[in-house]
Every structure is written in structure tokens, then in C-alpha cells.
Design a binder for this molecule. Structure first.
Ligand code: UDX
Ligand code: ADP
Length: 460
């Protein structure tokens, strides 16, 4: 039975990266056996159920097609390691919360445990593929651990960073702008790199599969995210200026984006970027630069994070000032909690910060989101305040003094805002942290509207 597969691929870490990525490989390549393992038993049980642990449009269909055919989810990590030819590592690498580099450097404890686990169980040569975003030169550390046992078994370490964005992961995996594979520039390194190229070439044009040395590949991932985050901080910084000068950030972004050298994408002003990658990767970049004494470079990238914090802080000040400088006992409805639309993920979501600050002001919160309420409850579980979680947006908004859009879900673009207005305390306030509703229309309904980077529309 087992011999029918051409290759056996294992992925350690069944999260937002490992799950969808390996499911796509399994879907496209029935000739390979793909096993995904995790230490978290609940997570694996969910992957094996009808309720997958992550919400990602299109993921269910792909998993249903491949699961049991050539895609398997398991907690038997030892067996997985033993039988695999190629091992993808996509365990979590959060920012360190303790010791040297706390708040900046990556916490590599899960990742190192995985390396040691591979070493302990492997009985044959393997290719190890770094999928988690890691600081530059981490592959070297992986190599050192794997060769610490007197080279009994040969391991070739590759870097293959993941560029998928949540909410569009399936399309990003099916039609990626590029796949990047970094290897040692030795004969065996290049051979291993080519083996991985051939896996992706099953469905991706080879022109889009780029190869490089390992360090450049690792750095490219961090730099890509830093550039993307920098665009958002750039437009968000200008949104603050627009609000002072009555310019319109959408008009500015459109005019700027028409320059093909700049491009139109990723210029939406917002309450700030969230997600598991942007902040973490920039902090990593800052940390590496400081380590090498490049303080000016470190400061430059650090300012991208600072502007993001400024943008979130500004939103709270805007709410507070508009609502007569007090939010005490005022019910405020947050429309959305996920860090972006089409995902249930709330990691680093600006909504977490906004919610905490509103609670500090003693506001009463009602949070609604079509997919992220479970995570929102976990994010705010230690918070001492009046917070309710209600799935229905109309019910959530009823009786509130203000609505604040946190996430750009399509659902919120076309709610019956007339009905919502009638159900609210007057004067009713509307803060659009994503610029997704028709501000003029809301103003005409009666709301006092505060968009991002545009003049406010108020009745007083
Ligand atoms: C990002 C990268 O896009 C992806 O390539 C990488 O692999 C992982 O990190 P992700 O964090 O999933 O992906 O989502 P992304 O679409 O990049 O959005 C990140 C944050 O920026 C979100 O909070 C989003 O709302 C915000 N954003 C994005 C804006 O505020 N304005 C924009 O114009 C675009
Ligand atoms: P990402 O967004 O990078 O995919 P996640 O946190 O969603 O991050 O997923 C990482 C997964 O890795 C988690 O499900 C976690 O349980 C798993 N994991 C962490 N350490 C190990 C380990 N040593 N062995 C197996 N799985 C691990």
C-alpha cells in the first residue's frame, strides 16, 4: 500500500502555514504521501474532522479531496520522521517574551525542539525544509544540531519561505507570484534544492520558482514582509495628515498608486496592520541590524512599527475626542475582530489593542465577527471589563453609542445602517477604521461619521 507513493513528505506543525501549504501539495500531487503532524492533539483531531481548525476560503474542499487519499493528519511525530524523505518544518516562531532579545528576537524554542526531535528519530538521510519565518542564519543552527551526532545521517537543510496571505491562502498557493528555494551552494545542496523545485513544478511554472543561497532566501522573506508593512505605515502616516488638512486619503492613494513604479495594491489606509508576520518579522530585522551595529538601518525599520502603534493610538483618541471625552459606561460595538477579512485569525489584530484601550476608558464592549469570536474571547479572557460577543451584527449594534469598524468584512459594507441607526443611542457615532462604508450615506442617515484619512462628517 505504502509503496504506491513516489515520495513521502512530512510537515511538522499543523498551523496556518503548514496546514494549507501541505494540503495544496497533496491536492496537486496525488503521487506523494503527505503527513502533517503536530504536538497539539486537539488541532490534529480538528484537521481530521468536518470543522477544520482554521477558516480559509477554499481550504475545506482541498482537504476533503486529499484527506485519506494522500493527505494524513497525525500526532505520531516519531513515525512521521522515520518514514519521510522530506520534512517541512512549520512550527511557530513567536517573538521572545523573556530574556535576551525579549520583545524583538524570535523565540526559537519550538523550532530547536523540532530539530532535535528529527535528529533523535531519523534513520535515513533527509531533506529538511524551513517553512517557518526565521531569522537569517537559522538554517545554519538547524544544520549544526542535525550534524551534531557525528554525521551518521546526512541532512540537507533548505529554506523555502511561505508567502501566502491569510484569507487568500488557497489562491496564493495555487498561483503564487513566486516560490523561493534557498539551498547551500554545494553539489548536494543544489541537488536537494532541485528536488524541491520538482515538487512545486507539478503545478507552478518553473519561471516562477526562484532559487538562491539559504541566507538570501531567509532574508528575502523578512524583507518582503517589511516592505509590505512599510507601505501600510506610509499610507497610514499620510492618513493622519489628511485628517488635519481635509485631504482625502483614497484620492491620494489612487493618484500615487497610478504610478506604475509604485503600484496600486496595498495602499488602503486602516487602523493599522496586524497578523502573525509583519510586526514579528520587522522586529527580527531590527534586531539583526542592531546586532551588526547598523543602528540607522534598525531605526528606519523600527519606525514602521512605531507608525503602526501611532495609528492604533490615534483611533482611540479620535473616538474619545468625538464622544465628548468620556466613554464611561457607553456601549461601543466593534464590527470585526480578525486582523483582516476572510480569516478567523486575530493574532496581532489591531482590534485587540482597541478593545483593551476602550475597556481602560470603562466603555462597555460588544464584539461581533463572522469567524473570529472564538479567538476574540481567548484574546480578551484576562481582561476585567464588560465585554459581550454577539454574532449577529444588528443585535450587537443595538443600544450602542458608537460603531467602530475593525475588519473589512464584505458583510459590513452593506448592512442595513438605517435600521442600525434607529436602534442606537443618539447622537450616534460611526468610526470607520477600514474605509469600507459609504460615509456620505451614513451621514445622511444621521450618523456622525469619522472615516480614516478623510474629513469627518458631523451634525454639530
Ligand atoms: C502577510 C504577507 O502578505 C504574506 O506574504 C506573508 O506570507 C505573511 O504576512 P498576512 O499577514 O496573512 O500576510 O496578510 P496581509 O494581507 O499581508 O495583511 C496584513 C495586515 O495589513 C492586515 O492587518 C491588513 O488588514 C493590513 N493591510 C493590508 C492594510 O491595513 N492595508 C492594506 O492596504 C493591506
Ligand atoms: P503558523 O502561523 O506559523 O503556521 P501556528 O501557531 O498556526 O503558526 O502553527 C504552528 C504549529 O506548530 C502549532 O499547531 C503548534 O502546536 C505546532 N508545534 C509547535 N512545536 C511543535 C513541535 N515541537 N512538534 C510538532 N508541532 C509543533
Amino acid at each position: 500500500m505504502e509503496t504506491k507513493f513516489e515520495k513521502k513528505l512530512l510537515c511538522i506543525g499543523a498551523g496556518y502555514v503548514g496546514g494549507p501549504t501541505m494540503a495544496m501539495i497533496a491536492y496537486k500531487c496525488p503521487q506523494y504521501k503527505i503527513t502533517i503532524v503536530d504536538i497539539n492533539h486537539n488541532r490534529i483531531a480538528e484537521w481530521n474532522s468536518d470543522n477544520l481548525p482554521i477558516y480559509e476560503p477554499g481550504l475545506d474542499e482541498i482537504v476533503k479531496t486529499a484527506r485519506g487519499r494522500n493527505l494524513f493528519f497525525s500526532t505520531d511525530i516519531d513515525k512521521g520522521i522515520k518514514e519521510a524523505d522530506i520534512i517541512f518544518v512549520s512550527v511557530n516562531t513567536p517573538t521572545k517574551t523573556f530574556g535576551v532579545g525579549a520583545g524583538m528576537a524570535a523565540d526559537l524554542q519550538y523550532w530547536e525542539k523540532t530539530a532535535r526531535h528529527i535528529l533523535q528519530c531519523a534513520e535515513s538521510p533527509k531533506i529538511i525544509v524551513e517553512k517557518s519565518t526565521l531569522p537569517v542564519k537559522t538554517a545554519l543552527a538547524m544544520e549544526r544540531i542535525l550534524t551534531s551526532d557525528n554525521n551518521k545521517i546526512h541532512f540537507e537543510v533548505l529554506s523555502n519561505p511561505e508567502f501566502l496571505a491569510e484569507g487568500t491562502a488557497i489562491n496564493d498557493l495555487e498561483n503564487p507570484d513566486r516560490v523561493l528555494i534557498g539551498s547551500r551552494q554545494t553539489e548536494s545542496g543544489i541537488k536537494a534544492g532541485n528536488e524541491l523545485v520538482e515538487i512545486y513544478a507539478n503545478w507552478i511554472n518553473k519561471e516562477r520558482i526562484i532559487t538562491s543561497d539559504i541566507w538570501s532566501s531567509e532574508l528575502s522573506k523578512i524583507v518582503s514582509n517589511a516592505f509590505l508593512a512599510q507601505r501600510i505605515s506610509s499610507i497610514n502616516s499620510i492618513s493622519a495628515l489628511c485628517e488635519k488638512t481635509d485631504a482625502d486619503i483614497n484620492d491620494v492613494a489612487r493618484a500615487v498608486g497610478f504610478d506604475s513604479r509604485i503600484g496600486k495594491k496595498f495602499l488602503n489606509a486602516s487602523i493599522g496592520f496586524g497578523g502573525s508576520c509583519f510586526k514579528k518579522d520587522i522586529l527580527n530585522l531590527v534586531y539583526i541590524c542592531r546586532h551588526y551595529g547598523l543602528n540607522e538601518v534598525a531605526d528606519y525599520w523600527d519606525s514602521v512599527v512605531k507608525i503602526n502603534d501611532f495609528q492604533k493610538g490615534r483611533f482611540i483618541i479620535k473616538m474619545l475626542t468625538a464622544m465628548f471625552n468620556t466613554l464611561v459606561n457607553k456601549k461601543i460595538c466593534l464590527l470585526g475582530f480578525a486582523f483582516k477579512a476572510n480569516t478567523g485569525d486575530t493574532r496581532e489584530s489591531p482590534a485587540i489593542y482597541i478593545a483593551k484601550r476602550l475597556i481602560e476608558e470603562k466603555a462597555e464592549l460588544v464584539i461581533t465577527d463572522p469567524k473570529a469570536l472564538k479567538n476574540a474571547k481567548m484574546d480578551l479572557k484576562d481582561i476585567d471589563g464588560n465585554v459581550k460577543y454577539i454574532e449577529d451584527p444588528y443585535e450587537a449594534a443595538a443600544g450602542s453609542y458608537a460603531i467602530a469598524i475593525m475588519t473589512e468584512w464584505d458583510l459590513y459594507k452593506n448592512l442595513d445602517y438605517e435600521k442600525i441607526y434607529k436602534s442606537m443611542i443618539k447622537p450616534a457615532f460611526f468610526f470607520d477604521g477600514r474605509n469600507i462604508v459609504d460615509h456620505q450615506k451614513l451621514f445622511e442617515i444621521g450618523f456622525n461619521v469619522f472615516p480614516t484619512g478623510k474629513p469627518a462628517l458631523t451634525h454639530f
